[in-house]
Design a protein around this ligand. Structure first.
Ligand SMILES: [Zn+2]
Length: 116
């Protein structure tokens, strides 16, 4: 069925943004459903700060809360990558020795003392 101008009922092609007959603006209805898209920043941060919540939620409850759990899952992944990079950089600059985890606490104390 062809689309028609809501103003003058002239026939329209699917991608027209203005009616060629009367000049009325044609508003296209978005076809993609809103709830399947987008990104829930709140749950992203939950996953970022408490990665285990993001992983557990995504693997066990994603069917009912797809968007939120996926956002939390992305946050959890981001958190894991960030902490991995953090430890790599720390060990690279010599502040953290993976064989000596207590060195990390010394490094954090050092960083805090440097800041203030
Ligand atoms: Zn029209």
């Amino acid at each position: 069925m062809a689309k028609r101008c809501p103003n003058c009922k002239a026939e329209l092609s699917p991608y027209q943004e203005f009616c060629f007959d009367c000049g009325a603006e044609i508003k296209h209805v978005r076809k993609r459903p809103k709830h399947d898209l987008g990104f829930d920043l709140k749950w992203f941060f939950v996953g970022l700060f408490v990665p285990i919540v993001g992983y557990v939620w995504f693997f066990f409850f994603s069917r009912d809360h797809y968007r939120e759990s996926l956002s939390a899952f992305y946050g959890a992944i981001a958190s894991s990558i960030l902490s991995y990079v953090f430890y790599q950089v720390m060990s690279w600059i010599g502040l953290f020795d993976p064989a000596d985890p207590e060195g990390l606490i010394d490094a954090i104390i050092l960083l805090i003392s440097l800041r203030g």
